[in-house]
Every structure is written in structure tokens, then in C-alpha cells.
Design a protein around this ligand. Structure first.
Ligand code: SF4
Ligand code: SF4
Length: 375
């Protein structure tokens, strides 16, 4: 279906009227370079083994036509979310990274669905819409469609809104004139690399996800001991590398009201430690945190509690050292040891005697070796 430039102009205008902050387009060919980069990252161990994508997942992520047979073009879109909020400093609260304080993805997806409806009616084409980075390799698509360029931190930077945007995609069998990719403009800057608390940006554009707090906070699994110490009071996500980026300074807050899934800039850690499944589903309904499991978010809260070194968390943490989930026992024992106190050695020794899981046993032995460090 060949409509190219005139169709794109109409689509752009309609997108703008819907409140989408920017769109670009590219072809729907497989993203072979991205596929190679994913495969290489897995081979090099730059993605934790527990969450490394399967080869078929990599192919699906990088093959737009596996999501819409006959797709010819991809419309990449973004929505700006910056709201000028300070990073909360209270250590008894877990910080939520700005991009996920509300569900901007859902907002953008619904707008893209309206745009898709317009295109189907106007051009008789087929469409499919995505937003939330789990189905398609959205950053490479955004780069190819000229939405922005990759910063050295591996996030897409748009010319007018920095990297403070969420991305979405609209696949179509319509032929749209492609946009040109943008030239990177980081220059000699290394601020994001210098600011990353864990050194996860090992070289420009190269991210070691084993150390990236953003990546780890979204997934189940063991957080390496040295990374737990650097976690601070994050509850979900990390934006340190974006906070220091010159492309994000001096930007005006969006006047757009938040529509879906607002959860605030932080949540009391105690609330997450005590939460049950029903509370979790209710609290994060409509927010993308709700697509994770309670165990993952509780593990994050446990680490934040440990780093706070507040005695008031001890009763809840001690209770969680007996949790049925080995991941929760493992991190709770660490947090108890981190807060410290005279009873910690005895508690760890008792836990070691009762612990069936070899990974947790290994952790407890390390904690016993280093317990003096926390005293
Ligand atoms: S998100 Fe956080 S941990 Fe990950 S690279 Fe950026 S600063 Fe480092
Ligand atoms: S902080 Fe500097 S190096 Fe990092 S993405 Fe921004 S401009 Fe590029």
C-alpha cells in the first residue's frame, strides 16, 4: 500500500492533535544489527543469566513482521513525562523513578490506538500498536525512525525533550516515507558514565545489566552483594544517568495531567514489606509496576530497608527471613545483617542451619564472614 509522504503528513497532524509529542517512521525490516548486539550481550554475560532473553525472544523482538504480517512501516512515537519532581530523600521511603510514577505507556498506547483507527479508516491499512518495551526493540526503532539518538547511557535522547520520554510503536502495512536517523551528539561528555553508582556503563553505549539498578529492579533474581550496597533507597527504577545528562537540564515540565496509574514519587518501605498480593494488585493497578510480581518489588523494598539502617524495619525484616520465597529470605537476611546489632550473628547461624536453598546458604556464609563489617 503506497501512500508515503502525504499520508505521513496527515498522520503527523492527527498524532499531534491527539497529544502525542512526536512521531517518526522507518521501514519494518528485521533489526539485524540490534539482534547481533543482543546475542553478543548474552554471550558476553552482560545480561544476568536468570533474565537473559531466549534466542527466539531475541528474534521476535527484532522482527517487526512477527507482530503484523505484511508490515511495511513502523511509526515510532514518544510522549514527554517530565514533571519537575525532586528525588525524595527520606530513607524510610522507597524511590520510584520518574518514568514509572504514572503509566505514561498506557496513555501513549491508547493515543496510538486512536491514531491506528484513523489510519485504518483513512487509508484502509492494517495496524498494530505497542508501548512498553517488552514486545519490540523500541529504542533501536526510535533511533532508526529519527525520534532521537542513543546517548552513551543507552537511552534515546530527543532533540527537544531530552531522554524524558516513553516510546511506543505503530506497525502498519502502509508505505510511509522513512525519516532519517539523527547524529549522536554526546561529544566528549561522560557525565552519565561518571555518575552511575555501580559503573554499569562500562564504555560508551555499553551497559552491563548485571549492575544496572534500573534493569535489576524490574526483574526477579539475586542482586549481587556489592550492588545491594549501592542500591540506596530505590524501590523501582533508576534514573541517575539521565538526571545528570545536559540534554535533560532546563526542560519545562509537561502541562499534561497524569491520567493512568499514578503511584507517587515514593512509597513507604514498610508498606511494601507488609503488603499482600491483594494490596499489591490494588496499589499498582494501572501502573506498569503491577506487571511485575510482588516478590520482586518486596525484594527491592528489603534492600532499601537494609540500606536505611533503620532499626524500626528490623521486626518486619526478621519476619521475612522466614518467607517461603528463597529470594526474599536471601535479601532479608542481608538487610538484617546490614542494619546490624548484637543478635545478628546468632540469627544468621540459625538461618544457615535451617536453610534448604544452596544460593541462600552461600549468601549467609558470605554475610557471616563479613558480619563484623556491619557491626
Ligand atoms: S539506570 Fe542507574 S544503574 Fe543503570 S546505567 Fe543508569 S545510573 Fe547506572
Ligand atoms: S550525560 Fe553526556 S554522555 Fe551521557 S547521554 Fe547525556 S550527553 Fe551523552
Amino acid at each position: 500500500m503506497n501512500h508515503t509522504a502525504s499520508a505521513k503528513h496527515m498522520i503527523r497532524e492527527y498524532a499531534w492533535d491527539l497529544g502525542i509529542d512526536g512521531v517518526g517512521s522507518c521501514d519494518a525490516e528485521p533489526l539485524m544489527e540490534t539482534r547481533g548486539a543482543f546475542e553478543s550481550a548474552v554471550r558476553q554475560g552482560l545480561i544476568p543469566q536468570e533474565s537473559a532473553p531466549h534466542p527466539e525472544t531475541i528474534v521476535r523482538l527484532t522482527t517487526p513482521r512477527s507482530h503484523l504480517r505484511g508490515a511495511r512501516s513502523i511509526l515510532s512515537a514518544f510522549q514527554y513525562y517530565h514533571r519537575d519532581e525532586a528525588r525524595p530523600a527520606d530513607p524510610s521511603r522507597g524511590v520510584i523513578a520518574a518514568y514509572t510514577r504514572a503509566n505514561h505507556y498506557l496513555d501513549l498506547k491508547l493515543k496510538l490506538k486512536m491514531l491506528a483507527g484513523f489510519m485504518e479508516k483513512e487509508f484502509g491499512c492494517r495496524t498494530r500498536v505497542f508501548s512498553c518495551y517488552v514486545t519490540l526493540a523500541e529504542k533501536p526503532i526510535a533511533g532508526k525512525a529519527g525520534i532521537g539518538f542513543y546517548g552513551k547511557h543507552g537511552v534515546i535522547i530527543t532533540p527537544a525533550h531530552g531522554s524524558l520520554v516513553v516510546l511506543g510503536e505503530l506497525l502498519t502495512d502502509l508505505d510511509l516515507e522513512p525519516d532519517q536517523p539523527r547524529e549522536p551528539s554526546c561529544g566528549t561528555c561522560t557525565l552519565c558514565m561518571d555518575a552511575c553508582p555501580t559503573g554499569a556503563i562500562t564504555s560508551p553505549y555499553m551497559l552491563d545489566r548485571n549492575r544496572c539498578l534500573q534493569y535489576l529492579s524490574e526483574r526477579r533474581g539475586t542482586i549481587p552483594l556489592n550492588v545491594r550496597d549501592l542500591w540506596a533507597n530505590r524501590l523501582y527504577g533508576c534514573s541517575t544517568c539521565q538526571d545528570v545528562c545536559p540534554h535533560n537540564t532546563g526542560l519545562s515540565p509537561t502541562p499534561r495531567e497524569v491520567i493512568f496509574g499514578w503511584v507517587g514519587d515514593s512509597i513507604a518501605i514498610r508498606e511494601i514489606l507488609d503488603m499482600d498480593e491483594v494490596d499489591f494488585r490494588t496499589r499498582f493497578r494501572n501502573n506498569q509496576i503491577g506487571i511485575r510480581d510482588l516478590g520482586t518489588i518486596r525484594r527491592n523494598a528489603v534492600i532499601a530497608a537494609g540500606n536505611s539502617r533503620m532499626d524500626s524495619f528490623m521486626p518486619a525484616l526478621k519476619e521475612l527471613t522466614g518467607d517461603p520465597d528463597p529470594m526474599i529470605r536471601q535479601h532479608s537476611l542481608w538487610a538484617v545483617a546490614k542494619i546490624g546489632g548484637p543478635a545478628v550473628r546468632g540469627l544468621l547461624e540459625k538461618a544457615l542451619g535451617a536453610e534448604p536453598d544452596p544460593l541462600v546458604q552461600r549468601d549467609i556464609k558470605s554475610l557471616l564472614d563479613g558480619v563484623a563489617r556491619f557491626a
